[in-house]
Write a protein that binds this ligand. Structure first.
Ligand SMILES: Nc1ncnc2c1ncn2[C@@H]1O[C@H](COP(=O)(O)OP(=O)(O)OP(=O)(O)O)[C@@H](O)[C@H]1O
Ligand SMILES: [Mg+2]
Ligand SMILES: [Mg+2]
Length: 496
């Protein structure tokens, strides 16, 4: 981290995140109900996730495995034994009137994640990450949270496994937060524990405070000191569900708090709600304190021992390591390496193509052509499930010179994505097979015969005239000859 010195009168922005990640498991964390998303309200519910009397929770092994993977990826301490607690509060989305969560013995503590922010590396400390159950969801009818006519409650989501990842207050700007969220999401996807496409699978509570420079004794904004952090009044903004939303909500909050301070008004410690459609944060309630929740141990679940099991759980190579390896092993620049490691599927596909052909050709095809066309269609590589071998065959047609790179990219690839035909079908139907050498030679001779003016221009030293002749040959061959080859053939013929 580069030390940044504060100037007199500066107001320093401090941000810490609580990120709630839905873990991708088939069933809920404490019962056998499906976690599948459905439009039918209250379809996936049972006595356990509805909190009916006498129902007992049974911990889902898959959720614990996912939590251990996350812990390993963020280099956290995973204790041999961990416990669950009840966090008591009333809210209509919480049928038991308490949430089963973890308290002083979380499954992961003291981890970190490195992020690149505008060229500099920042290490963000992750104080803890713990397992808990998601509450149900509320649907406000006829208005927003504060203006609705009435509110419906849906318990399909209640009991979905969540990992709450709590960072230290290490961020100094909303754009750092955005970079962190992007990196975190990549890591979670690589681990296969998270589905970014799922609505509400990543939800963020963002804490922000503004600390005046004269309260930072060290003078270094990365070393603010715990007393200044603790005494600062922070707001916690809830209801953020995207990276961009987090950046916008925090930028709003940063300005709002700075304005208050500059006008000599106090910032209240409170919980605020991000109103996405209006682009503002609104006050919800004063911030509850830990003692309000009356945490106590969940007696219906025994302590969880992961001591021996955790060593058997392995994780794949992570995006940052893979990015660096791609640069070293395939000679890619940082930008291509980043694009090619953006998801595990893209990286895996790149490596298959690079192994079979050439790393540069593979980079052009996967990073530029394929991702470019997918992006344009709002598609993901996962939408091509089962068809990636067709893309490989298309690259092969280019590598073996059977079609031109231009036709492959602009006609074959686009048609493949639009109408699901195979590359071979498209090449045949559109007559894109590269024109044979004889045919090109024939077209060269014709072009020379038919254009005596261009020929005499060329002969009297006007080298540009060759381009006109190349154009004529390209026209005669329907664009399926290689312009470089045509140029050479023309020169050879004219010099003969
Ligand atoms: N001065 C500060 N300015 C901004 N963020 C802060 C500051 N001090 C602490 N934070 C952040 O506030 C968050 C506290 O989260 P934590 O889950 O521990 O408590 P909480 O929000 O009080 O509890 P709950 O889970 O009930 O919402 C952390 O992300 C931490 O980095
Ligand atoms: Mg909080
Ligand atoms: Mg919290």
């Amino acid at each position: 981290m580069t030390a940044q010195t504060v100037q007199q009168g500066d107001l320093v922005t401090v941000i810490g995140l609580e990120v709630h990640v839905q873990l991708e498991t088939d069933t809920k964390i404490f019962c056998g109900c499906s976690t599948e998303q459905t439009d039918e309200p209250n379809e996936h519910v049972c006595p356990v996730c509805l909190g009916l009397p006498g129902a007992l929770p049974v911990l889902n092994e898959g959720a614990v495995e996912a939590a251990v993977k996350i812990g390993k990826a963020i280099d956290a301490e995973i204790p041999e034994e961990t416990r669950f607690h009840r966090k008591n509060y009333y809210y209509p989305d919480l049928p038991k009137n308490f949430q089963i969560t973890q308290y002083d013995e979380p499954i992961c503590a003291d981890g970190e994640l490195e992020v690149a922010v505008e060229g500099t590396r920042r290490t963000i400390t992750i104080e803890r990450a713990h397992l808990e159950e998601d509450p149900g969801s509320l649907q406000h009818v006829g208005g927003g949270i504060d203006t609705a006519d009435y509110t419906l409650v849906n318990y399909n989501r209640a009991g979905t496994p969540l990992m709450e990842i709590v960072t230290a207050p290490d961020f100094r700007s909303p754009s750092e937060v955005r970079a962190f969220l992007a990196e975190l999401e990549e890591v979670l996807e690589y681990l296969g524990v998270f589905d970014a496409e799922r609505d509400g699978s990543l939800r963020i509570d963002a804490n922000l405070s503004i600390i005046p420079e004269d309260e930072i004794e060290s003078g270094d904004i990365d070393d603010i000191g715990s007393s200044a952090l603790e005494t600062a009044n922070r707001t916690e903004v809830k209801n953020i569900s995207s990276h961009k939303g987090a950046q916008k909500a925090l930028a709003y909050e940063e300005t709002r708090q700075k304005n208050a301070i500059e006008r000599g008004r106090a910032v209240e410690q409170e919980t605020r709600h991000w109103d996405e459609s209006r682009g503002i944060t609104v006050s919800m309630r004063s911030k509850e304190e830990e003692k309000d929740y009356r945490y106590f141990e969940e007696a219906d679940l025994p302590p969880l021992r992961v001591a021996d099991w955790k060593d058997e759980i392995s994780i794949p190579e992570l995006p940052s390591a893979r990015r660096e390896r791609f640069q070293a092993e395939y000679g890619l620049d940082e930008e291509s390496a980043s694009k090619l490691t953006s998801t595990k599927q893209v990286a895996d596909f790149y490596e298959t193509v690079a192994a079979e052909f050439d790393p540069d050709l593979a980079a052009t095809w996967v990073a530029d052509n394929l991702l470019g066309e997918l992006n344009y269609r709002d598609m993901e590589i996962t939408d091509l499930e089962g068809r990636l071998n067709e893309v490989t065959r298309l690259v092969e047609l280019v590598a073996t010179d059977e079609i031109t790179a231009k036709n492959a990219r602009e006609t074959v690839l686009r048609s493949m994505l639009d109408d699901e035909r195979t590359p071979e079908e498209i090449v045949d139907a559109e007559g894109l097979g590269k024109t044979g050498e004889d045919e090109v030679q024939q077209a060269v001779v014709e072009a020379i015969d038919e254009n005596p003016d261009a020929v005499s221009d060329y002969e009297s030293g006007d080298d540009g005239a060759i381009n006109f002749l190349v154009g004529q040959v390209m026209q005669k061959t329907g664009g399926s000859a290689d312009p470089g080859d045509v140029n050479q053939l023309l020169r050879a013929e004219l010099e003969a």
